[in-house]
Design a protein around this ligand. Structure first.
Ligand code: TYD
Length: 222
């Protein structure tokens, strides 16, 4: 048997840019806050790129359709994590890394922490395995700052119900207990790494949430 070639570590080093992710349970208002932050950063001259997961490239958008389709009730949890990771690998390589390398700011609506919260705490897959798969998919790219918009599950689902026109996706249809585990997961991840996370009470008025986020991001701009 021939010897296996040694595989070099595939860590892609993050250049000058700033990588901020937004996380939280359903209906926490991430989209509104990302837009406000993007506008504020752009006014200050930053080259801002918005992305959302799963999706953001032609290939990742195709995978998004597979993942969210409410008809796909037979999807295995293992399939789910691999599809999220496949979509993420493409987004990181094609969009996020090149923008960071140019010194830009990337604001991403959900990233790897959603996998730990939803597939790890929610579906109860092994967190160590999820971290390994995620590191492989992202070349160990980690956000500089992660903002968790936190709110009670019932309130988030109520907001979704009153705002959404369309059919609920496969995750929104999960039991309350699933969503409670996801929320607890985000809070556990945040308290394990307080330097990277900012947890914001998403029940405050939109402007107050934005001000809190602005104060934290300002520190990064100096
Ligand atoms: P989306 O409609 O984009 O919801 P949201 O506005 O809440 O972000 O659907 C994405 C869904 O996929 C959402 O319910 C969270 C879930 N998800 C995971 O389960 N794992 C992941 O790694 C990611 C990125 C999302």
């Amino acid at each position: 048997m021939g010897s296996m070639p040694s595989t070099p570590a595939v860590g892609r080093s993050k250049a000058a840019g700033l990588f901020v992710t937004f996380e939280g349970p359903e209906g926490s208002g991430k989209t509104t806050q990302i837009r406000l932050l993007a506008a504020w950063l752009s006014q200050r001259g930053a080259d801002v790129l918005l992305a959302r997961e799963p999706g953001g490239t032609r290939i990742s958008d195709g995978v998004r359709g597979l993942l969210l389709n409410p008809a796909h009730i037979e999807m295995r949890p293992e399939t789910e994590i691999l599809l999220f990771s496949a979509a993420r690998a493409q987004l990181v390589g094609e969009v996020i890394q090149p923008h960071l390398a140019r010194g830009g700011v990337v604001l991403c609506d959900r990233f790897a922490d959603s996998t730990l919260a939803y597939q790890g705490y929610g579906r109860q897959l092994d967190l160590g395995v999820l971290r390994q798969i995620t590191a492989f998919a992202t070349g160990s790219l980690t956000p500089d700052l992660t903002i968790c918009l936190d709110l009670p599950i019932r309130e988030g689902l109520r907001r979704k119900q009153s705002g959404d026109q369309g059919e609920w996706n496969r995750f929104e249809r999960e039991q309350l207990e699933f969503h409670e585990r996801v929320r607890a997961g985000f809070l556990a991840l945040a308290s394990a790494e307080p330097a990277r996370w900012l947890v914001v009470d998403a029940q405050q008025p939109v402007e107050e949430i934005h001000a809190e986020i602005q104060r934290r991001v300002e520190g990064w701009l100096r």
